[in-house]
Ligand binder design. Structure first.
Ligand SMILES: [Zn+2]
Length: 662
């Protein structure tokens, strides 16, 4: 999610030069940097700094499901589910009636006597605990039928049956599922679509964005087993992968868009609409598939039976399905060039679509398909090709803000051109993290929000030709770091003391820390490591250690000194130029590390003839606890300024002491 965050940022507002080593890091002996950790299951080598480890991760390494070099292990496994879901929307009663079956495959080496199922809609149950705003008294998900392995179950504690605790349901199975076995589940349910004001979906009387609307298998993974954290509203989700066949019944004349590929276009769309949609594959611009005058049954959609139409979708290898419907939507479509997504050596395309109301033109929705196309193309190039059949930007209730779903976004509220592009590109960025790289958003929000915030900045720089969105992330982090009240990144998303502390850590600081990592590794190596992490864990469940280990593996360096301060602590960076004194034909520059975080020093010396040299002082000068180091630079030609990190790669909290003369 994003919009609360972007709305709170203030628009704010870099020089980098050549060459290394006119001086040396005088005096201090530098310990050689420790070698990168070995791959496989070997014990970790001694590190410069201790990085907290997770017991479950160590067990996973021992079980060979993960490796210390950041790759999935030879015995990596992951659960799988095939969903067949039906939903019928009654817009008068605002209810959805649902029916679904799930075939759950146990690919773990464990015998499962019970399973956990997420009922995320229960955040709307009367009295439900939540840490974000939720409309008053909506209703939870009403279960009319729960069956497992062909046996109807009742709620209860004894024997096979189910128990609902908030947003989590536990099912004690009639028969345990052995390793390699599977179990079938069946559910009938009803829910009321929440009004505007609900987080991440709902209806405002015109548009209906249907999210978290069905019983969904919780994640059982190799590190933690069942992840049964409640959904309280602030922290997001952890979801497993599966295939979905979905049948959505709505009034005829209402347009539908969903995660997945429409299976029955000839049943629900008129020939004119299908022809326009086809033309979007090759037309250079944006195709208006349904305009204002085309809306309604018999024009946009077929006339249906008894005033209803059933739209059928199939989605493969996704972690969720959401959908939206409205009688008011316009429909735009275009095509994005994504590169070779399927590995057959030929370039592929994905359809980019937008569903929006004409009244929302003031929020630049008429540009949304173009913004979406740029985003999909940019990330396909910057990261890796977008693999899904479509990416659709959806105008939703205001309280959606900006929210991502597989192949879909729900965007609500008012936007100017800059913020509209920003929210579109941010939510589309989430298709990579966490939709493809399926991390646990609740426990490690930075793994999807921070990475996406960083990616958003790269897309904005490209789209707005040099717009410095990285500065927009850095400043709120520095503000909180200086003011106090910062909480470390490795912190459960529902356990921050304030939304500001959560957002600063998960979005801004993480994005800023990635910029710093890029400064440490250099652009090419950083991008290689970042992408390699994503490709290794595409459609899998990485932990933070898989990210740390992959970066070290690709970089061939121990970076424990980087992970510890920036992810596990709230240590600050404050590098200062203490003194500049003439010594013979040199100037001796004394630099102190006034913060706790050790970082390399990028020192730029600019002379009166405008020549500028960069001296890189390696981070290892600080490893023995030294707080002060000196370098010497030539006295002539005369030095005009000496400045630490004028390119602002590192988030120094006090830049006023990093420049000479003051
Ligand atoms: Zn986000």
């Amino acid at each position: 999610m994003d919009s609360k965050v972007s709305a709170s940022r203030r628009p704010l507002g870099a020089a980098l030069i050549l060459l290394a080593l006119a001086g040396c890091a005088g005096g201090a002996t530098r310990p050689a940097e420790a070698p990168a950790p070995a791959g496989g299951t070997a014990a970790p080598a001694a590190r410069v700094m201790e990085v907290p480890q997770l017991v479950g991760f160590e067990k996973a390494v021992a079980a060979q499901t993960r490796q210390r070099n950041g790759q999935p292990g030879p015995r990596y496994w992951q659960q799988w589910a095939d969903y067949r879901l039906e939903a019928e929307l009654n817009p008068i009663s605002k209810r959805i009636t649902g029916h679904g079956t799930i075939k759950y495959q146990n690919r773990s080496p464990d015998t499962l006597a019970e399973v956990y199922v997420q009922l995320l809609h229960n955040i709307f149950s009367p009295g439900a605990r939540h840490d974000t705003n939720v409309p008053w008294a909506v209703e939870g998900l009403e279960l009319d039928k729960v069956a497992a392995q062909g046996t109807a179950l009742t709620a209860g504690n004894d024997g096979p049956g189910y128990q609902v605790d908030g947003t989590m349901m536990r099912i004690k199975l009639p028969r345990p599922i052995p390793p390699g076995g599977s179990a079938d589940f069946e559910f009938n349910w009803r829910l009321r679509v929440p009004p505007d004001g609900a987080p991440r979906g709902g209806q405002d009387g015109e548009v209906w964005f249907i999210s978290y609307w069905y019983p969904q298998m919780a994640v059982y993974d190799d590190v933690n087993g069942w992840q049964t954290d409640q959904y309280y509203g602030n922290a997001e989700f952890y979801m497993g992968y599966g295939n979905y066949d979905v049948a959505l019944t709505v009034p005829a004349g209402w347009l539908v868009t969903s995660t997945g590929t429409l299976q029955n276009p000839e049943e629900v769309l008129t020939p004119q609409v299908r022809a326009r949609l086809d033309s979007a594959r090759s037309a250079p611009g944006i195709v208006r598939v349904v305009g204002e005058e085309d809306r309604g049954a018999g024009k946009a959609t077929t006339t249906g039976t008894d005033g209803e139409l059933t739209w059928r979708y199939r989605a493969e290898n996704v972690r969720d399905v959401s959908w939206a419907t409205s009688s008011k939507y316009l429909w735009d479509a275009t095509s994005a060039a994504v590169g070779d997504a399927d590995g057959d050596g030929k370039p592929d395309t994905a359809r980019v679509e937008s569903f929006w109301r004409p009244e929302m033109r003031r929020s630049h929705w008429d540009e949304s398909a173009r913004y979406g196309r740029h985003s999909v193309e940019f990330f396909s190039h910057f990261l890796w090709p977008y693999p899904y059949p479509h990416m659709t930007v959806v105008d939703g209730p205001t309280s959606c803000g900006g929210m991502e779903f597989p192949m879909m976004t729900c965007i609500g509220g008012q936007w100017d051109t800059l913020s509209m592009y920003e929210v579109v590109t941010h939510e589309i960025g989430h298709m990579w993290f966490p939709m493809m790289v399926g991390s646990d958003e609740k426990r490690f929000a930075w793994m999807d929000e921070g990475f996406t915030q960083f990616d958003q900045s790269q897309a904005m720089d490209d789209f707005f030709k040099g717009y410095d969105d990285e500065a927009e992330n850095r400043q709120p982090y520095i503000n909180l770091a200086v003011a106090g009240g910062e909480v470390e990144l490795m912190h459960h998303g529902d356990r921050y003391p304030s939304y500001n502390a959560y957002a600063t850590a998960s979005y801004y600081k993480t994005a800023t820390v990635l910029v710093a990592l890029r400064g440490v590794l250099g652009r090419d190596l950083f991008r290689r490591a970042f992408t390699e992490y994503g490709r290794r864990w595409e459609f899998k469940h990485p932990t933070p250690w898989d990210f740390f280990n992959t970066v070290e593996d690709v970089a061939g360096r121990d970076l424990s000194w980087f992970w510890r301060p920036w992810f596990f602590e709230t240590w600050k960076l404050d590098q200062a130029i203490d003194t500049v004194a003439p010594v013979g034909d040199s100037l001796e520059v004394t630099i102190s590390n006034r913060g706790k975080a050790p970082m390399p020093v990028h020192l730029v010396v600019t002379r009166t003839d405008s020549r500028a040299d960069t001296l890189d002082i390696p981070v290892s000068v600080w490893f023995d606890g030294t707080k002060r180091t000196t370098v010497r630079v030539a006295r002539e030609p005369a030095v005009r300024t000496i400045e630490i990190d004028p390119g602002r790669e590192f988030p120094d909290v006090d830049r006023s002491n990093g420049v000479w003369p003051r």
